[in-house]
Design a protein around this ligand. Structure first.
Ligand code: 4AD
Ligand code: MG
Length: 435
């Protein structure tokens, strides 16, 4: 037995009739008389390894009876097609070696555990079937995100993590000490993408972003991943079109490649299959009317939407809905204003169906130097820190637009989860910095 020649469980179908070695961990076990059924997982899949008394030594048969959950193993055996389930394979065990038995009983058993307990054991919880499925969907989402932009001639331009200024308002900044100067963990790479768009035309960044959110909700993390495209000479209309094509591509890719994972998650994919362009578009004012007509008579222009409001609005549509032109008072300083109604921002949010809330935020940027300077002053932001950003309006200002998609909210939506804490390998939240 040698682990250098082991076969991954996902590739067993290429080895039917051969004797191979599989390396993995014991996931589950059941026995009946002369048989032990060991469920072994290796990260690529789970295989049933059948230990038949007549095939192995009495010592090995006894050993197989006492292997604990999460023991690391090397299993040698014959690959066979599963007796009952087509497309599944099993191993008829000839030999088996324990690499390491658990030092104590594995804390996560198939029984129900509380969320806090599971979150404390996140480093182990990741091994379970559901978490494994979620992380694979996340992987596919990220691959689709990158493929989409790479295939559309965007250049990846990485944004910095330490920043001297706020992008999305000063109330959610994480401050750090940068060699004696205050610095902030980035809330968004957008401002840097605007600089990059003037150099490369079509750009995107993809990286971790940080918000010191003081609220505990099922949609907010302190550290989350965001993809942010920015395009020169594109207006709000072009931005909405880009976002709906992009989102449709991502959903289609996940449906195409992650069927088994979505099945493990018991995700009903009916609504996901409808995610094709064009998406319905409504103005902020129309969204307020929807709220007033649907159990929120108190809703009025100027209100921001919380999770409940977003759910009511999105429930009127069978696919993601684009809400555009919010009052400028609700939005960040950098938005261009609607010429026909200067109190409205040329922004858009995309609300996911089925109550998953805002997944995309973006819009057209202010490209007029004077108006941008006034907006920075109105938002009481330190002009000095934005001098470089104002330069983008001083040297060949250009209309441009972009958006940000939050990866975790997208994972939550596509997997049908109740909370974003399961959408990222190691979540950072108001009350959680470990493991
Ligand atoms: O709407 P937001 O704040 O927009 C921006 O940051 C823009 N600068 C993006 C741009 O135009 N380049 O955030 C964008 C998205 C949200 O729609 C949401 O999906 C996600 O980022 N998001 C969060 N996800 C998890 N936890 C949080 N605390 C989040 N805050 C925003
Ligand atoms: Mg937003």
């Amino acid at each position: 037995m040698t682990s250098s020649h082991h076969v991954s469980i996902a590739h067993l179908s290429d080895h039917v009739g051969e004797e191979v070695t599989v390396c993995g961990w014991l996931y589950n076990k059941r026995s009946s008389g002369k048989l032990h059924f060991l469920e072994v997982r290796d990260g690529s899949g789970i295989v049933q390894a059948v230990v038949f008394k007549g095939n192995v030594s009495p010592e090995l048969f006894a050993l197989a009876d006492h292997i604990q959950q999460e023991t690391s193993l090397e299993v040698f055996g014959l690959v066979k097609e599963h007796g009952k389930i087509k497309g599944q394979y099993e191993l008829q065990v000839k030999d088996l070696k324990v690499m390491a038995a658990p030092a104590r009983e594995y804390p996560i058993s198939p029984k129900e555990h509380g969320t806090d307990f599971l979150m404390d054991n996140r480093h182990l919880w990741l091994r379970s079937k559901r978490q494994h499925a979620i992380m694979r969907v996340r992987h596919s989402i990220i691959k689709a995100v990158r493929d989409f932009f790479d295939n559309h001639e965007f250049t990846l331009v990485d944004a910095p993590i330490f920043t001297p200024n706020a992008c999305e308002g000063t109330s959610t900044l994480f401050q750090t000490d940068y060699h004696g100067e205050p610095a902030y963990l980035t809330q968004s790479g957008q401002l840097y993408m605007e600089a990059a768009a003037a150099a490369f035309g079509k750009v995107y960044c993809f990286g971790p972003t940080f918000r010191a959110e003081k609220s505990k909700t099922r949609r907010h993390l302190a550290e989350f991943w965001m993809v942010e495209p920015e395009v020169a000479f594109m207006d709000l209309e072009g931005d909405m079109k880009l976002a709906e094509d992009f989102l449709s591509y991502v959903v289609a890719h996940v449906l195409e490649t992650r069927g088994p994972e979505l099945e493990i998650l018991e995700r009903d994919t009916t609504m996901l299959k409808k995610v094709t362009p064009p998406f319905p578009r409504i103005t902020y004012a129309e969204a307020i009317e929807i709220l007033q007509d649907n159990g929120h008579p108190e809703a009025k222009a100027g209100d921001d939407f919380g999770g409940d409001e977003e759910t009511v609005i999105s429930s009127k549509f069978d696919r993601p809905v684009i809400v555009h032109r919010y009052p400028t008072t609700l939005k960040a300083f950098y938005f261009a204003r609607d010429k026909a109604a200067p109190h409205l921002a040329l922004n858009m949010d995309i609300l996911a169906p089925e109550g998953y809330g805002e997944i995309v935020g973006g819009g057209q940027r202010e490209d007029d130097l004077d108006r941008l300077e006034s907006a920075i002053a109105e938002h009481k932001l330190p002009e000095q820190a934005f001098e470089w950003y104002l330069d983008l309006r001083r040297y060949g200002s250009f209309p441009h637009a972009g958006f940000g998609l939050g990866i975790e909210r997208t994972v939550s939506w596509l997997c049908g989860l109740t909370h974003v804490r399961e959408t990222i390998p190691f979540p950072r939240m108001l009350n959680r910095l470990a493991p």
